[in-house]
Design a protein around this ligand. Structure first.
Ligand SMILES: Nc1ncnc2c1ncn2[C@@H]1O[C@H](COP(=O)(O)OP(=O)(O)O)[C@@H](O)[C@H]1O
Ligand code: SF4
Ligand SMILES: [Mg+2]
Length: 384
């Protein structure tokens, strides 16, 4: 699809004299496929030995397939180290995929080269987790936000010209709630929340369609988090954006996302609409993950389903189902061999729900309660 056609399809009217579009209506139910990731793998080599040769691999992302629809806020959750960031970076081609296919608005992202790749980079942007480390301390904000414009300058957009660039940077600073004259300042002059706004402006100034938000609020004070989440929501409507929102904080994803994918050790184990997932997770790992959400009232104590053992190393993942070494349901079912020998595929369980478990039909509220009852761990609600 050509850039011009794509712009037309997005139907975002431009305000006269401003780079900022007027608020557009986003119909999340239209279900136009924007991003398709199919069997994506990213293995990092482990080097060792006297000659520093490859002695193994970190299977950071191992055969992950998911689809994100235009206008959606799709959440990717899972414990630290399960491959969320690597997946996001791989689909953006910030990491070289080991295998798989990524289709963005009909284009084969991993096959793009040269000018086509440059155009695609503009359409897919990232907001980083760390608002301190992700901004170059030696560059003024105008250059930090304008850097991408310089890289993407052509004879049509005029971004090679400083005055056009500065105007656009100012427009986007205002769009994220900052003053346009902040462009002359340096990162150290801003608070964490303001820096994250600058990071958001840097991503949006290129007019992307898909934005990977990699834990964009987890480094911020709780009081600032909701401001940034609300800003991201508003910006989605204003700029007709689609988010792949990565987080480990389940309350944040529940609040922010419409659909969620749960990852465990490099694999996607469950995909569901947010309300369905939180009402009744169907993968044993999702059950344990969601049971760890603190209750809003700190005086209320709740029992949570505690998993045995630690997360195995992604350099040496368990055979069959990767979760089998810690799975409470497998224990309950008398340790069926299938769990350790056969990898479960992500299968549809009605509606939009997909689950990668041979025995997902056995995940019932009664089974969960009975398992929790056998554990003697009582948790008091705590803040994440
Ligand atoms: N550049 C890299 N080289 C080697 N291993 C890496 C690299 N980046 C990430 N990993 C490993 O890949 C796994 C997944 O990491 P990551 O994607 O950062 O997880 P998450 O974002 O879910 O916390 C981890 O075991 C991590 O140590
Ligand atoms: S396949 Fe077996 S080990 Fe894996 S989640 Fe299901 S019950 Fe547990
Ligand atoms: Mg991460």
């Amino acid at each position: 699809m050509s850039e011009a056609l794509n712009q037309t399809n997005r139907a975002v009217p431009q305000q006269a004299g401003s780079a900022i579009p007027a608020t557009a209506h986003v119909d999340a139910t239209s279900r136009e496929l924007l991003l398709g990731a199919y069997n994506v793998k990213k293995y990092f080599p482990i080097m060792g030995g006297f000659l520093r040769h490859q002695i193994g691999s970190v299977y950071a992302v191992d055969d992950v397939s998911l689809e994100v629809f235009r206008g959606e806020k799709f959440g990717l959750v899972g414990e630290s180290g399960c491959g969320k960031t690597t997946f996001g970076r791989t689909i953006l081609r910030l990491e070289k995929a080991t295998a798989g296919k990524v289709v963005m608005a009909g284009q084969d992202v991993l096959a793009l080269q040269g000018d086509d790749l440059k155009k695609m980079r503009r359409r897919m942007q990232i907001i980083f987790q760390d608002p301190y480390g992700s901004l170059n301390p030696r560059m003024p904000i105008s250059d930090i936000i304008g850097e991408g414009l310089v890289a993407q300058a052509d004879k049509f957009n005029g971004w090679a010209k400083r005055d056009i660039r500065d105007k656009r940077v100012g427009d986007y600073l205002e769009a994220v709630g900052l003053r346009r004259d902040y462009s002359r300042r340096y990162p150290h002059e801003f608070s964490g929340g303001q820096r994250q706004r600058i990071g958001i402006a840097r991503a949006l100034v290129l007019d992307p369609e898909l934005v990977v938000c990699d834990e964009p609020v987890s480094a911020l004070d709780v009081s600032i988090q909701s401001q940034i989440l609300n800003l991201l929501s508003d910006l989605r409507a204003q700029f007709n954006l689609t988010y792949l929102f990565i987080a480990h904080n389940l309350s944040v994803v529940q609040y922010f996302c419409e659909r969620i994918g749960v990852m465990y050790l490099g694999k996607l184990v469950e995909v569901a609409d947010t309300d369905d997932l939180y009402a009744g997770p169907l993968h044993p790992y999702s059950v344990a993950l969601l049971s760890a959400i603190p209750l809003p009232d700190p005086r209320v104590r709740k029992k949570r389903l505690v998993l045995k053992g630690d997360v195995p190393s992604p350099a040496n993942p368990p055979t069959g189902c990767r979760f089998h070494t810690r799975c409470w349901l497998r224990d309950r079912l008398g340790n069926p061999a299938e769990c350790a020998t056969t990898e479960p595929v992500l299968r549809s369980l009605g509606g939009t729900r997909q689950v990668a478990c041979h025995f997902a039909e056995k995940v019932t509220a009664e089974a969960v309660q009975a398992t929790v009852a056998t554990q003697d761990v009582i948790e008091t609600a705590t803040d994440d």
